[in-house]
Design a binder for this molecule. Structure first.
Ligand code: GLN
Length: 501
């Protein structure tokens, strides 16, 4: 049961071939068996999951994903369930309301298994910045599962859940997808509601689907997307036809641009090789592939590391020891300022403090124009690069990440090396357009991801390309890539995916 796609499970539940309760129990058993090793979950809600599954079996909830289990990144508010954002600051906090994404999932009969591990406040690329210990990559437990949404990606890759929700501010859905051999999509900014999503960088944050197949991701995308009056940046327009595109899966005549600035130097040879082969495959499927230059993409990383920390320094000011979560040193003698200072010193980890200090500095008078103002100008130049590129081609492609999953501990003391993980993913966040990572093979026995980027509100194009590429690779390999993930004892070991074509 745990190996089924979401589409298969939903069909079997709808036809009565299986029940939502049995499917949910199978996933809870899987979590019990492997999550001690993987640590994808911070909280498992067995009781709530089985109750929701029973409602589906009773016919109270229906829909294309009714009865399908799912894991939620712990950055989204879930009424009555712990929501920590990977931080000590919110330990023990149970929100009094559901995020819009969560409410829509529940109404669609999706079964919420629990909350997944993440870098504190979604700042990081490895989950090593979680206050609750790292998540391990199911392909190799000594390696990182990516971040910040490493828990969601690992849960999907380890067959603990067929679907998960992540959030992507600079790559936190796509980079974990890339290094775990799963599919991850950052929708168009404003395409999915941010209401109830604990804010990191409000102009960049976007929730999106994590899955094992492109069609599963599309179905999840369709359930969570669409206008929400509770989010002022939500786009009031029809959801792009993502499911239809995933089913069509045809790139005949599509113009695909390879971003010159996101290849070559800085990318591991094995990653570059798998990427080049996938591009060749797209050509053989009838796409017209050309090289496109986006000259300002090289400045995306520095611009992001001014804009994101600036917004974070402002957003995280609300954790003031008075309104939410942790309070330290409130002995009736100390001043409010002292209590606030002690609380923030104890409640935030080193990466969060680094970002708050960086952002506060960049926004301070005298430096604002030189840093934050400059970064915003660079952001505009990057959007213009996208606009110019989309005048020539329909979608852009690049490797999703510079390398495969690295060893736990390898970069945790080197912030710059960690930040470089997102060189290819950050441009789409700055621009606001949608982007997908999907698996295209192995290098050193570890998954390699290819990124597809599309114009804003053309999320359907991601699924068109992703669906076609996925099918062609499946034909080549004869089985899904994830069947090769051998780190878990209960995984079937297969070696059918060649490292070279
Ligand atoms: N790794 C990036 C960062 O640390 C992106 C994080 C994210 O997308 N939430 O900011």
């Amino acid at each position: 049961m745990i190996r089924r796609t979401a589409v298969q499970t939903a069909a079997e539940v709808a036809s009565g071939e299986t029940t939502a309760v049995a499917t949910t129990q199978a996933h809870l058993d899987r979590i019990a068996a492997v999550d001690g090793d993987v640590h994808a979950f911070l909280y498992v809600d067995a009781e709530g999951a089985l109750a929701q599954a029973a409602r589906v079996d009773a016919g109270e909830l229906t829909g294309p994903l009714a009865g399908v289990p799912l894991a939620v990144k712990d950055v989204l508010c879930t009424r009555g369930l712990p929501t920590t954002v990977g931080s000590r600051m919110l330990e023990g906090w149970r929100p009094p309301y559901d995020a819009t994404v969560v409410a829509r999932l529940k109404a669609a009969g999706v079964v919420l298994l629990g909350k997944t591990n993440m870098d504190e406040f979604a700042m990081g690329s490895s989950t090593e910045h979680s206050a609750y210990g790292p998540t391990h990559n199911p392909w190799d437990l000594t390696r990182i599962p990516g971040g910040s949404g490493g828990g969601s990606a690992a849960a999907v890759a380890a067959f603990e859940a067929p679907l998960a929700i992540g959030t992507d501010t600079g790559g936190s859905i796509r980079q974990p997808a890339s290094v775990t051999g799963t599919v991850g999509v950052k929708p168009t900014y404003g395409g999915v509601s941010r209401y109830g999503l604990v804010a990191f960088s409000s102009s960049l944050d976007q929730a999106g689907p994590c899955a094992r197949t492109v069609l599963d991701a599309a179905l999840l995308h369709e359930v969570i997307a669409g206008h929400d009056p509770a989010d002022s940046t939500s786009i009031d327009a029809p959801v792009p036809p993502v499911v239809q595109a995933a089913r069509r899966a045809d790139v005949t005549g599509l113009r695909i641009g390879v971003v010159r600035e996101l290849t070559g130097e800085g990318y591991e040879p094995g990653v570059q090789e798998r990427f080049d082969e996938a591009v060749e495959l797209l050509t053989s499927l009838g796409a017209s592939v050309s090289e496109v230059s986006c000259p300002h993409f090289g400045y995306a990383l520095p611009a992001y590391y001014l804009i994101a920390p600036s917004e974070a320094s402002s957003n995280l000011a609300r954790f003031d020891s008075v309104r939410y979560g942790l309070r330290v040193g409130d002995d009736g003698v100390r001043s409010l300022e002292e209590v606030m200072s002690l609380t923030r010193a104890a409640g935030f980890g080193p990466e969060v403090k680094r970002r708050i200090i960086l952002g506060t500095y960049a926004l301070s008078s005298g430096y604002y124009d030189a840093y934050y103002g400059q970064a915003q100008k660079v952001r505009t130049l990057i959007s213009r690069d996208f606009a110019a590129a989309f005048g020539q081609v329909d979608v852009l492609v690049s490797p999703s990440t510079p390398g495969v999953a690295f060893e736990l501990g390898a970069k945790v003391d080197d912030p710059m090396a960690m930040y470089l993980q997102d060189a290819a993913t950050i441009p789409s966040n700055l621009y606001g357009g949608p982007a997908m990572s999907l698996p295209v093979g192995l290098s050193q026995g570890l998954p390699v991801g290819l990124q597809v980027m599309a114009p804003t509100m053309r999320d359907d194009l991601l699924y068109l390309v992703g669906g076609a590429l996925e099918q062609a690779l499946l034909d080549r390999w004869g089985a899904p890539l994830l069947d090769c993930a051998a780190a878990l004892p209960t995984h079937a070991v297969a070696t059918h995916v060649p490292e070279t074509s």
